[in-house]
Design a protein around this ligand. Structure first.
Ligand code: GLY
Length: 379
């Protein structure tokens, strides 16, 4: 237990998750959220829990962090669902990465070899075997990798559950309340300026997603190097005949936009996502929607008939090396938990548990130690 006073800047899943864990441990936690709680990247995400499908052989530490966070999902889900008294739609049907052209198969083979090199639990399937798992796949699917342990969660339900669990544990939430600046004196963070008043804290946590580099009061040299990376998305309504249960991802050697299709228990089929360096531009474009629909239709032709329920865009918080920035900073009592880029939903449990532990014990765990800000300051 602790009697620390904590201020968290940013009320997405990361801020809420850390706040919930700390409030449960007795801390007096206040979250300042510039807009509506959980309505930025946390809401825009597809909820894929895919360390294997997103694994790159050159990012072994990130893969390890992702796998560890995935391992904690059953515990996280049980604890969160009990506290919030609602389901968060955690599903374990696995992921299929599919190729549609001979060139795609070469790329798939390359990914498969890298996954095998990393000793990941994946299987190579031919087109027929892939269609045996998901009948809606196109006859053009020539090969697939089955990542049986890459799962999904309904991220929007998780936002609602986290808000309930956080407030139910005594956490205070200020929405539409950006802070004016972090207050730092003699190298120590001791609160924030918000609504014109000084709000004191023992610890200030920055978890403001792609806005993290814009927080006033923090010296420029140690602001987290995080930028927005736009993703356009849409949701379709599945109908009989297109009942997909696995997450389906395409690799496309020839076209620029690989897509994923994520089926939800309520019949929504999420299709995503573009990846665009457009600053804070959140406009939906004809080209973006066209590429997503084309990619989805090529993999699963039956989507042609489905109604479109929703379109949206989100901004991923991408760091300079695309890995999150977690832990202490050169300013005492200022902690970062930001830059989760394409893996924010996957990395929420490990971030919440380990950052809460860091604050409660003062010790940084081995698993998050490689992700501290100092990796950028050394360069
Ligand atoms: N993790 C999927 C995406 O960022 O689009």
């Amino acid at each position: 237990m602790t009697d620390k006073k904590i201020i968290i800047i940013g009320g997405g899943v990361i801020g809420l998750g850390i706040g919930w864990q700390l409030a449960k441990a007795g801390a007096a936690v206040t979250i300042y959220e510039r807009a509506e709680v959980g309505r930025a990247a946390s809401w825009a995400a597809a909820g894929m829990l895919a360390p294997l499908a997103e694994a790159h052989s050159e990012e072994p530490e990130l893969l390890k962090l992702g796998c560890e966070s995935l391992d904690r999902y059953p515990q996280w889900t049980a604890e969160l669902e009990a506290d919030a008294e609602m389901s968060i739609g955690y599903r374990v049907e696995g992921t299929l990465i599919v190729g549609l052209e001979p060139d795609d198969t070469h790329q798939l083979r390359h990914i498969y070899e890298a996954q095998q090199h990393l000793r990941l639990d994946v299987n190579w399937l031919n087109g027929r075997e892939a269609r045996d798992l998901e009948a809606a796949l196109s006859p053009r699917v020539t090969a697939a990798i089955h990542c049986a342990s890459d799962y999904q969660v309904d991220n929007r339900r998780m936002v609602t559950a986290l808000q309930r669990a956080y407030e139910g544990s005594g956490g205070v939430l200020h929405e539409k309340s950006g802070i004016e600046r972090v207050v730092i004196k003699d190298g120590i963070a001791n609160g924030v300026q918000a609504h014109g008043d000084f709000q004191e804290a023992d610890i200030v946590i920055l978890s403001a997603g792609c806005w993290s580099a814009q927080i006033a009061g923090i010296p420029d040299a140690i602001l987290p190097p995080v930028r927005p990376v736009k993703g356009q998305m849409l949701a379709l309504q599945m109908e009989e005949g297109i009942a997909i249960s696995s997450v389906i991802r395409t690799v496309r050697a020839r076209y620029p936009v690989p897509v994923y299709l994520v089926p939800r228990a309520d019949g929504r089929l999420i299709v995503g996502a573009t990846s665009e360096e457009m600053g804070f531009d959140t406009r939906l474009t004809v080209g973006g929607v066209f590429e997503l629909l084309r990619g989805a239709w090529e993999a699963v032709p039956g989507v042609y008939e489905l109604p479109i329920l929703e379109t949206w865009t989100g901004l991923r918080p991408g760091s300079r090396d695309n890995a999150p920035i977690l832990g202490k900073t050169p300013i005492e009592n200022l902690i970062y938990a930001t830059g989760h880029y394409r893996n924010g939903i996957l990395l929420t449990p490990i971030t919440a548990y380990e950052i809460a532990k860091l604050i409660l014990t003062g010790e940084i765990s081995e698993i998050i130690a490689p992700f501290q800000l100092d990796r950028f300051l050394r360069q």
